[in-house]
Design a binder for this molecule. Structure first.
Ligand code: TMP
Length: 239
């Protein structure tokens, strides 16, 4: 499929038009940001890993009956996806307390939950993606009540499938962020699933005082070994 003009450049990806109005090409960059772009850097090889990993995850989820934007990988960094209209919500599922949850609610990182939690942020960089609830999303016309229900159900199904998948790789899926889009009247899973958007902890490596991160927290928190962590995750999922 022929790549046409650039439609958009985000922090980690570029999006290009194609000759098919229903499809776009996403191109994954090595650029990394954190804290709403305040911290900037490069993670060498990240674009290749995130592209291939996201496609592997989306294919696995499709097989479990979850509709996604994935059409076809073109090469190491580029993938054809459905041209969706993104629902401006960041949907975060958590299995174990970490990150902003631990900070906000004063719960030590590594505290396991009795059952998974879901939260929404309003996807708006100028506002710093503030936490919102379903009623805020409805009031702001970000999604319909039916879309929110569909998104919640899909997000928990993704969690079930991913938790099981990563358990088999000796990795605990701590939390992750999803984005959804509308395509021909249907809600589909969009954006990416990668170490940029998930917390992966080495299984058995953690309690509430320490853990081994195999994800973007190594960049966010200056832990070192960032590239190695991305490569390790990719090695395990490609086996
Ligand atoms: P948080 O604990 O900082 O709220 O992050 C929760 C999860 O969401 C974590 O797996 C990282 C992911 N995430 C993103 O994908 N993009 C973001 O902008 C943020 C803040 C978090």
């Amino acid at each position: 499929m022929q790549q046409k003009e650039q439609l958009y450049e985000g922090k980690a990806k570029k999006v290009f038009a194609t000759e098919n109005p229903d499809y776009v090409i996403v191109s994954y960059k090595d650029d990394a940001t954190a804290f709403n772009g305040l911290k900037k850097g490069t993670i060498s090889g990240k674009g290749v890993i995130n592209n291939k990993m996201s496609n592997l995850m989306m294919s696995m989820l499709e097989k479990k009956g979850i509709p996604t934007h994935l059409v076809e990988q073109i090469d190491d960094r580029n993938t054809i996806v459905k041209k969706v209209s993104i629902v401006p919500l960041e949907v975060i599922i958590r299995n174990v307390a970490a990150g902003s949850f631990s900070k906000r609610y004063g719960v030590p990182e590594g505290t396991a939950f009795a059952s998974p939690t879901i939260e929404f942020s309003y996807k708006n960089d100028d506002l710093g993606d503030p936490l919102i609830n379903d009623y805020h999303a409805l009031a702001l016309n970000l999604a319909t009540a039916q879309e929110i229900e569909t998104i919640k159900k899909m997000a928990f199904s993704v969690n079930d499938a991913m938790k099981e998948f990563f358990r088999g790789l000796n990795i605990d899926l701590i939390d992750f962020k999803l984005e959804f889009g509308r395509f021909k009247g249907e809600i589909v899973l969009a954006d990416e699933i990668s170490p940029d958007t998930c917390r992966f902890w080495e299984a058995g490596s953690w309690d509430t005082t320490k853990h081994v991160s195999l994800d973007k927290d190594r960049f966010r928190r200056d832990l070192g070994g960032v590239e190695d962590a991305y490569e390790e995750i990719f090695k395990r999922i490609s086996k």
